[in-house]
Design a protein around this ligand. Structure first.
Ligand code: RBF
Ligand code: MG
Length: 154
């Protein structure tokens, strides 16, 4: 499958350990993100920066979790003056704990938009809300339903 706005081939699989980020996602934005360790990021070097959607699974203490929908940002968080590339996954499910040290498997199945520089944090928050609506709508499409059952998650 290929997306018309982005020449990346999907699905794109990667996995890695959840590491500490800047701690802004949950506090400032209201959208907590699991940041993936930089070793795994090398696998993403050739992948265009941007906002993506797909599925992920969180494996904690060796226990496989459920496959959950997610949105992901890949790039520099220019809004906050960061210059290093990060991959951050926001899981579309409410959790009451953080994921530090957990192993996250990710299957990226589509591209949403480019990373942007917004005029305010409020505009970024609004954009993320919209990304989530786009992701949910895409993932409801029958032609994408098989990705939840991907053998990658078996
Ligand atoms: N940061 C940006 O600077 N520009 C963006 O367009 C942007 N889009 C994002 C979209 C999603 C779905 C998510 C989860 C994050 C996005 N971020 C973006 C990253 C955001 O700045 C980051 O998660 C927080 O600063 C916490 O590190
Ligand atoms: Mg984070």
């Amino acid at each position: 499958m290929q997306n018309s706005f982005c020449n990346q081939k999907f699905p794109l699989y990667f996995s890695g350990e959840v590491v500490h980020g800047y701690g802004r996602g949950s506090t400032q934005l209201g959208y907590p993100t699991a940041n993936i360790d930089t070793v795994s990021l090398k696998e993403l070097k050739e992948v265009p920066k941007g906002v993506y959607f797909g599925y992920c699974r969180l494996n904690e203490q060796g226990e496989k979790g459920d496959v959950e929908p997610m949105v992901m940002s890949l790039g520099e968080n220019r809004m906050f003056g960061n210059t290093e590339t990060t991959a951050e996954v926001h899981v579309l499910r409410q959790y009451d704990h953080n994921f530090y040290g957990a192993h996250l498997q990710v299957s990226v199945i589509g591209y949403i938009r480019k990373m942007q520089m917004f005029r305010s944090v409020d505009e970024l928050i609004e954009a993320i809300g919209n990304d989530i609506r786009v992701a949910r709508a895409e993932l409801e499409k029958p032609e994408l339903s098989a990705f939840r059952e991907d053998p990658y998650f078996k």
